[in-house]
Write a protein that binds this ligand. Structure first.
Ligand code: AMP
Length: 335
């Protein structure tokens, strides 16, 4: 089925075409018509399924039809991490390039002067992480009275990170009449409970992880005798295997730093990526990785979300994941 069947604005089709998308992904096929109809949606879909476009495209279509002016934001997208927030905004800008839509990102780590500049123009879409968003609301810098839609992306991760109380406060500050969309990798009981709290009579969409898409991923497990053997094995693989670019996952920020330093001293272009780094250096690192200036990124599970890099050939799970589903998430970065 082609995108044309979804009845979106022609300028959105043009941008989709330029992105090289030939047909909608399953989550897009199911979610877009529901969102266009104004229904609340609870969708389980993981990163890599095209879930961002599944909510951004219909939201853009709706915004393109609005003629009345307001300060906004009209649409609020809440994301657990800064990387994901930036990734979502990049997608919005790509898909809305032929529309007149102002989208901004507000996350911790952004300077207040930049933030103030962004607030000068009316805002159509605000993408934000919960902490800074609540901060802004409590300082009376932002109102939610013009909100038509609110999207909670990666709700399972927001739950894990303890953001639900902040989101509850933000939701209570809205009129609570806006369309609500919630995306989550899992649908377990705590997520269902949050959905009941924020969504009214939602359409539930469940997209099974596309395991077939990973059939060409070869998985190898190695047993190490001790830490130094583990390190030797890692260096061996990086140096002898056909690694174009790779990500090594660690369980802690400290290990990410240590390992990246060790690799760097073995003349392997590497850098760490984790939540203790400033927003500026996180973005800089991801951009350097995207430009292939860094061969190996050593990341914690928190930091890798939202990394959309095309040439990753190897994923090293140096330490085990804390949550079972992250095992798959880690592999998804290779797509
Ligand atoms: P997401 O699950 O939103 O993180 O998207 C994963 C990747 O899929 C991104 O690189 C998107 O650009 C890409 N993508 C989204 N929709 C489509 C589509 N219909 N066809 C091909 N690629 C897509």
């Amino acid at each position: 089925m082609s995108f044309k069947t979804l009845n979106l604005n022609n300028f959105i089709y043009k941008a989709i075409e330029e992105s090289g998308y030939k047909k909608p992904t399953p989550i897009q096929l199911k979610a877009i018509p529901e969102i266009l109809l104004g229904h609340h949606v609870l969708a389980s879909a993981q990163t890599g399924t095209g879930k961002t476009a599944a909510f951004v495209l219909p939201i853009l279509d709706k915004l393109s039809k609005i003629t009345s002016k307001s300060r906004g934001p009209r649409v609020l997208i809440v994301s657990p991490t800064r990387e994901l927030a930036n990734q979502i905004t990049d997608s919005i800008k790509r898909y809305s390039r032929y529309l007149s839509i102002n989208s901004i990102t507000i996350t911790g780590g952004i300077s207040y002067s930049l933030q103030n500049r962004m607030f000068k123009k009316p805002i159509d879409i605000l993408v934000a992480t919960p902490g800074r968003l609540l901060d802004l609301y409590q300082q009376k810098r932002i109102k939610f009275s013009d909100l038509d839609a609110m999207i909670l992306d990666e709700a399972d991760r927001m739950l894990d990170m303890g953001f639900v109380p902040d989101i509850r406060k933000i939701y209570k500050a809205t009129s609570q009449t806006q369309q609500m969309l919630m995306f989550s990798a899992t649908f377990d009981a705590p997520i269902q409970k949050i959905a009941q709290e924020f969504l009214k009579d939602p359409t539930t969409i469940s997209i099974k992880p596309d395991i077939s898409g990973h059939k060409d991923i070869k998985q190898i497990s190695c047993f190490a005798d001790n830490q130094s053997h583990k390190q030797q094995l890692l260096n061996h693989f990086i140096e002898s295997d056909n690694v174009t670019q790779g990500i090594i996952f660690t369980a802690t920020k400290r290990m990410a730093d240590q390992l990246s330093d060790l690799l760097y001293h073995s003349d392997i272009k590497s850098s760490a990526l984790h939540g203790d780094m400033s927003q500026g250096s996180r973005t800089k690192t991801i951009n350097r990785f995207k430009r292939n200036e860094i061969k190996i990124l050593v990341a914690t599970d928190l930091a890798y979300r939202g990394i959309d890099v095309k040439n990753i050939t190897h994923v090293f799970k140096y330490e085990m994941t804390r949550f079972a589903q992250d095992y798959i998430h880690r592999m998804r970065v290779t797509r």
